[in-house]
Design a protein around this ligand. Structure first.
Ligand code: MCN
Ligand code: CUN
Length: 784
């Protein structure tokens, strides 16, 4: 009798998240859950002023408070050559201030005490004598001649410019503009915002006084890279440093940089011989850690009369704060901002970028961004809408006339990106159909006659994620490959160890699904381990939606290696040649005699109990995957809003998001990623803002000033999908973790601007609070 066997499919299946059992039952293990015997607690004193010379720091009263074990200052660190540390973009940042403070909230001193409350109380007893200096809060001010030089700690630094970097072809772009019938200009500012994860940053540093081994439990999106940086900063041998990222309560990019708190806690543990815990407070998190955006952008689009785009010029000025600390590929000074041509076939482009120091927090890239794609995507999608108004064509039509066409892939953009695959029109069609675009336009017209304002906004964005190919991508010289190690044990249960680190993205489930898809071992039999540098292979970590494109690919490749070995084992067991076997998803069958079969579990057992002579025992392997290209997910988002002419408030009537991230491993998790990302995109468009007064006081240092949406404010999202597989990824998947945050802000802004556009309004700066919208209404004569 022949057995008809069909293996279960594990891709495209909404397997429930394995990690949720422990999260839902309160059994997560976050850094603050870690308590070690003899552990001390650290608290950080931060500068109240944005720019000042430090005349003196008196720690005597704090040190005398009962329960205080030590007070650490920059001067003490300087004795160990630890007062400054390198940033991920090769600049330097103070660990604790010595000469000057250069931003409000800068780390000035740390108290180590027997309990966290004593540590906190002792901060008030530290006397710091500051001599205020002129403050610079915008990059425009900072680049003016005569502006105070912020980084005068560097001997050769005479001004505040950090970098000047260009991409594209200036001559070709000039020629394109010379041929243009129309030139449309657009200028905007993408304000500073903050990822604000639920869990702030923190660590427990445990340097063993006997062995010298440093075990650091840390909120880290990139434990391996952080270990290497620690080895370089502290001069500790790398094998004596173990970084463990336990469960992480959201990262969103905030936990990519190295922060002073980690370094001081580790130094303190080394000096005191006891474990030291540091848990950042909310204000510390908002005021001093990885912010996002703060990009001033201006550009021109050259068009033919029929709407064909010919050329694009963009100038960008970036506010980096007092240290250039963007976690981004070394070569690319403004990250991937030069993908600013977006989804459009623009033959020529020239992008000029500059970065400047200001008296503000460093951090740069964070917040669901893939290295500045967010700003680029926002800019081009807003510019295209502006061009549509200027040309008097429907924004849908202008997009259609300029999309890169499916047959043009792989498509090389004017700034050198090689887009792997796409079908932009299909995604747009789907979004318009879901939205009922034509009907909505008619409704908008009717509403206008009744004195009501409805706006429709689109964004048809392209992302670039999965950094990255080692020829172009490295951070501090570390190439951006990623890794997977897979062991299948005798009973056919497996353990997968990966170099990336989940912060809520569900890797324990989706990575098990990738193995299951290749080997037929059910995900429930596969343990996914990550976030422990001693027990996982080297990798650059989770950010820039790179986990699936890099470590996900490594996981598929290593699984296939094991399957090849399993084939040999099955052939041995069935006494046939390996070529005579057919893989059917979870077992090998003899071609022509399918009831003769060996399951993957049987092959695994044989690997330890009955392997052929001459073959190595065991069923395990490791792969380091160097991606041949980035992946280019994309989407079409459509938003309809209603704007209240009396108050300037706007409400989302509909929000349709069609995403294409290639093959979806777990549709439920992908949709969760998109919902979360859309919420954050909405948040930036509507309310999230870190700003500063002229003295450099941070406004947005707590949750009553820094507004994040709750479920009450968050609109309903309607999701759709198209599937255009990545041709170079082993399972055709593209990253998706950031798409919705990258793509959606422009759609929201386009919608609100569209409601006012007939009265000449072209620009509203984010966040579009009712005050701003009301002012625009009033200026356009629309307010009532
Ligand atoms: N996935 C899938 N099919 C695809 C693509 C992805 O099933 N075609 C799944 C993945 O396997 C993974 C998740 O979706 O479980 C996200 O995958 P990916 O796009 O590879 O992104 P990363 O895992 O690298 O996550 C990083 C990304 C970034 S950079 C930020 S910022 C962000 C984001 O993820 N931070 C998050 N989403 C977050 N979600 C939560 N809950 N918490 C954060 O801190
Ligand atoms: Cu830039 S935020 Mo995510 O890449 O960690």
């Amino acid at each position: 009798m022949t057995t008809e066997h069909t293996a279960e499919h594990w891709l495209g299946r909404s397997v429930k998240r394995k990690e949720d059992d422990r999260f839902l039952q309160g059994k997560g293990n976050y850094v603050d859950d870690i308590n070690l015997p003899g552990m001390l607690h650290m608290s950080i004193l931060r500068s109240p002023v944005a720019h000042a010379r430090i005349n003196s720091i008196d720690t005597s009263a704090a040190a005398a408070l009962p329960g205080v074990v030590a007070v650490v200052t920059g001067e003490l660190l300087a004795q160990h050559n630890l007062a400054w540390m390198p940033t991920l973009s090769g600049d330097t940042q103070a660990v604790l201030a010595t000469d000057k403070v250069r931003m409000q909230g800068q780390e000035v001193a740390c108290v180590i005490a027997e309990d966290p409350y004593i540590a906190h109380d002792a901060l008030e007893l530290i006397e710091v004598d500051y001599d205020p200096l002129p403050v610079v809060v915008t990059p425009q001010q900072s680049l003016e001649p005569g502006a105070p030089v912020i980084r005068d700690d560097k001997e050769d630094k005479q001004d505040n410019r950090i970098y000047h970097w260009e991409a594209g072809d200036p001559e070709a772009t000039e020629r394109a503009f010379a041929q243009a019938d129309r030139v449309v200009e657009y200028e905007t500012f993408y304000p500073r915002c903050h990822p604000a994860p639920m869990e702030t940053c923190g660590c427990v540093a445990d340097v063993n006084p006997v062995t010298g081994k440093a075990t650091i439990y840390m909120t880290s999106q990139a434990p391996h890279a952080h270990r290497t940086v620690f080895a370089l900063v502290a001069g500790l041998p790398e094998h004596q440093i173990q970084i463990i990222s336990p469960d992480i309560g959201g990262g969103f990019g905030n936990k990519v940089p190295v922060y002073p708190g980690y370094v001081v806690a580790t130094a303190a543990s080394l000096l005191l011989g006891r474990p030291v815990k540091w848990i950042e407070d909310r204000t510390g998190n908002l005021i001093s850690t990885g912010f996002a955006r703060d990009f001033y952008m201006k550009g021109q689009l050259a068009l033919r009369e029929d709407g064909k785009m010919l050329g694009l010029r963009v100038n960008m000025l970036s506010d980096q704060g007092y240290a250039y600390a963007d976690a981004q590929p070394s070569k690319l000074k403004a990250g991937l901002f030069h993908i600013v041509t977006g989804s459009y076939d623009i033959p020529a482009a020239h992008v000029v970028t500059d970065g400047a120091y200001t008296n503000k927090a460093p951090g740069g890239v964070a917040y669901r961004c893939s290295f500045r794609v967010t700003e680029a995507s926002y800019f081009i999608e807003r510019l295209v809408q502006t061009a549509a108004y200027e040309l008097g064509v429907d924004p849908v039509e202008l997009r259609r006339r300029n999309f890169i066409q499916p047959e043009q892939f792989p498509y090389t953009s004017a700034t050198g990106f090689v887009y792997d695959s796409g079908n932009y029109e299909a995604a747009l069609d789907k979004a318009l159909e879901m939205l009922g675009y034509e009907d909505l336009k008619a409704e908008q017209e009717r509403a206008r006659q009744e004195g009501k304002l409805i706006g429709i906004g689109l964004a048809t964005f392209t992302e670039v994620v999965g950094a990255g190919p080692s020829k172009d991508y490295d951070i501090l010289g570390l190439k951006m490959f990623d890794s997977a190690e897979l062991r299948v044990h005798p009973t056919g249960k497996a353990i997968l160890k990966i170099g990336v680190q989940t912060q809520g993205q569900g890797h324990e489930t989706t990575f098990a699904q990738i193995v299951a898809n290749e080997l037929g071992i059910p995900p429930s039999d596969i343990l996914v381990q990550h976030g422990d540098t001693d027990n996982t292979p080297y990798g650059l970590g989770t950010y820039a939606s790179r986990s699936t494109p890099t470590a996900g690919a490594a996981t598929a490749v290593v699984s296939r290696k094991l399957r090849d070995k399993a084939r040999e084992l099955a052939a041995h067991l069935l006494e046939v040649a390996p070529e005579d076997l057919e893989w059917v998803g979870d077992r090998f069958q003899v071609r022509g005699a399918p009831d003769r079969q060996t399951t993957i579990q049987e092959a695994a057992f044989a690997a330890y109990t009955n392997h052929p002579q001459g073959m190595e025992a065991g069923l395990e392997g490791v792969t380091y995957y160097d991606p041949p290209n980035m992946t280019y997910p994309f989407g079409a988002y459509a938003v309809a809003v209603e704007v209240d002419r009396g108050t300037g408030q706007w409400k989302v009537k509909r929000m349709v998001a069609v995403d294409d991230c290639g093959v979806r491993i777990n549709p439920m998790i992908v949709e969760g990623q998109i919902m979360g990302g859309l919420t954050e995109g909405f948040a930036m468009a509507a309310m999230e803002l870190i700003t500063f007064d002229e003295l450099g006081n941070c406004i947005g240092s707590n949750f009553s000033d820094y507004l994040i949406p709750t479920s009450w404010e968050t609109p309903k999202f309607e999701l759709g999908e198209t599937v255009t597989p990545s041709p170079h990824h082993p399972i055709g998947a593209k990253g998706v973790g950031e798409s919705a945050t990258v793509g959606s802000p422009a759609a929201f802004v386009n919608a609100v601007v569209d409601a006012l556009a007939h009265a000449g309004v072209r620009e509203l700066e984010m966040p579009m609070g009712p005050d701003k919208v009301w002012k625009a209404l009033a200026e356009a004569g629309l307010a009532e």
